[in-house]
Design a binder for this molecule. Structure first.
Ligand code: ADP
Ligand code: MG
Length: 528
């Protein structure tokens, strides 16, 4: 009994009431607008120079790579021009040691190697043709024909973007720390390593995963409605939305298309309320932050996203294990345990290691509503070496995990709700849906995450149950890949319209002959 009571007391610390949600939304709106006024605010509100969203008619073959936080994905995408696409895909976990490497080239060299592997596996014909050409042709400008695949680089860290394929890293997040890369152009870093391997690839566009998600959702979403917001709930969390240019008060340097009156803004909402004006702050949140590589920043993200939720649960469990007044994951003898065994925590259990509890375990806890919690108990063995947990143990774990997960979903609703209110779309007399694309393992796999978001949205003043019904939250599956392809297409069109580089070159006869061997690469149509 003591265990259940103590669990309830702790879970209550993660309650995030309707009133809290409303306070959160008001403060989120305030900080969003502050970020549109000037630099140096907690939410960076970065202008992306993307001034329109696609409508589903775009065409072409592109490469896309996505450096998320946990995985590196390489894909090639054929946009069919009818809201559909074909995608070939590979995914690899980023080795932990590369996340904190000495040199930027350690990480980017690894990424280039994965691109080479992908091309050799899935586009062997193109690759072989390219190698043949390299052996037989040389030009004054060098091997311009090498730059045949346009690549969209989804790079999900804060970047000061200064052009469609140029941007300097502002800071690392999500546990990465390679000081050498900060302040450098991440596209150039990748291009260097690609060139070192002589791959036929040009880094054509730099894409934040949120912008990619927004573009992909807009390309694929049903009906005419264009998408308002792309949001990520994966290793980290962030969102990009369509803002009226007149609301952007800080200077936006350089050239961009002003005719739409709109520009996509990358909010970097992971650092919403770093100053803790309204965000909840339990002792577990404080401990997590203090032991993180970036204390004091990404404060919203540390309460919401996949990288951190498991760690919060772990800190709670460790705290409970230390409490002599309760019995969690221990019993004096086998009669205390409905599995007639004694619970043991195996050596090397992740429960005693920072980041040792993956958020996916929370999904299993949330999904297991069976009376004996058997799948959760099995998973505790598999993932954490906690053997023969009792029913009470599993229930306590589930209660804590659900409380942390529910708070994360309701905090997510703060961000989504604020962006919807900022857009003013609910005030427009229309019954068109307000479309939001989401991506990331958390929102995709955590049971009822979207339902919990909707429940909180319905409680927001200015949205309410009717407003919440107009908000359509859809998974943008493979969003970052498709989105990166769409932005590579924009870049290709810009090159076409503009002057520069090798497009002029491939207009000559020789180049056209080469291009004929790779018919689809770089083919494109316009973007709305
Ligand atoms: P990335 O952020 O690299 O693009 P993902 O979107 O796949 O990658 O997110 C990975 C994060 O999601 C990790 O922090 C992981 O712990 C978490 N995660 C993976 N599967 C689940 C799941 N089933 N439930 C909750 N969180 C999950
Ligand atoms: Mg991702």
């Amino acid at each position: 009994m003591a265990l259940a009571e103590e669990t309830k007391r702790i879970a209550a610390q993660f309650e995030y009431t309707d009133e809290d949600v409303n306070k959160g939304v008001q403060e989120f709106l305030r900080q969003m607008n502050e970020g549109l006024q000037h630099d140096g605010t907690s939410m960076s509100q970065i202008p992306t120079y993307v001034t329109g969203v696609p409508n589903g008619t775009e065409k072409g073959l592109y490469l896309a790579v996505d450096l998320g936080g946990t995985n590196f994905r390489v894909c090639s995408i054929h946009l069919n021009g009818d809201t559909t696409f074909n995608l070939t895909y590979s995914k690899i976990a980023i080795p932990k040691e590369l996340m904190v490497a000495e040199q930027a080239s350690d990480l980017f060299g690894f990424l280039a190697k994965q691109i080479e592997l992908f091309l050799r596996t899935h586009h062997e014909d193109h690759f072989a043709a390219h190698v043949r050409r390299r052996q037989t042709v040389s030009t004054p400008e060098g091997y311009r024909d090498e730059q045949i695949f346009r690549l969209g680089f989804t790079f999900s860290f804060p970047v000061r973007q200064v052009g469609i394929n140029k941007g300097t890293l502002m800071r690392w997040t999500k546990g990465f720390d390679i000081p050498d890369a900060v302040g450098k152009d991440v596209c150039a870093l990748l291009q260097q390593e690609i060139d070192r391997l002589h791959l036929p690839v040009k880094v054509a566009a730099l894409v934040n995963d949120t912008v990619g998600t927004l573009m992909a959702r807009s390309y694929t979403s049903p009906g005419k409605t264009s998408t308002l917001l792309g949001a990520i709930f994966g290793t980290g969390t962030n969102g990009a939305y369509v803002e009226k240019i007149t609301n952007i008060k800080k200077p936006v340097e350089g050239d961009y298309d002003k005719t739409t009156g709109l520009m996509v803004i990358n909010t970097e909402w992971g650092s919403f309320d770093n100053q803790l004006n309204v965000l909840p702050n339990t002792s577990y949140d404080i401990e997590l932050d203090q032991k993180s590589v970036n204390p004091g920043i990404q404060i919203f993200e540390k309460r919401v996203s996949g990288m951190f939720l498991g760690e919060i649960v772990r800190l709670v469990v460790v705290d409970m294990l230390k409490n002599p007044a309760i019995s969690l994951f221990k019993d004096e003898n086998s009669s205390h345990n409905d599995w007639k065994s004694t619970t043991t925590i195996g050596e090397g259990s992740g429960i005693f290691q920072q980041w040792g509890l993956d958020s996916s375990l929370m999904s299993i806890a949330a999904a297991d509503s069976t009376p004996d919690q058997s799948s959760l108990r099995q998973e505790l063995e598999k993932q954490l070496n906690i053997y023969a947990a009792s029913l009470e143990d599993a229930q306590a774990f589930r209660t804590v995990a659900n409380a942390v997960g529910r708070r994360a979903a309701r905090l997510s609703a703060v961000a989504l709700g604020a962006v919807v209110l900022q857009s003013g779309k609910l005030q427009e007399a229309s019954d068109e849906p307000i479309d939001i694309g989401v991506d990331g393992s958390l929102v995709e796999h955590y049971p009822f995450f979207r339902d919990m978001i909707y429940e909180a949205l319905a409680a927001v003043d200015g949205i309410g149950p009717d407003g919440a019904k107009r908000i359509r939250i859809g998974i943008a599956k493979d969003g970052s890949g498709v989105g990166a392809a769409l932005i590579a297409l924009v870049a290709a069109n810009m090159e076409k319209k503009g002057v520069v580089d090798y497009l002029n070159y491939i207009k000559n006869d020789v180049a056209q002959k080469w291009a004929a061997t790779i018919p689809e690469a770089g083919e494109s149509t316009t973007i709305a």
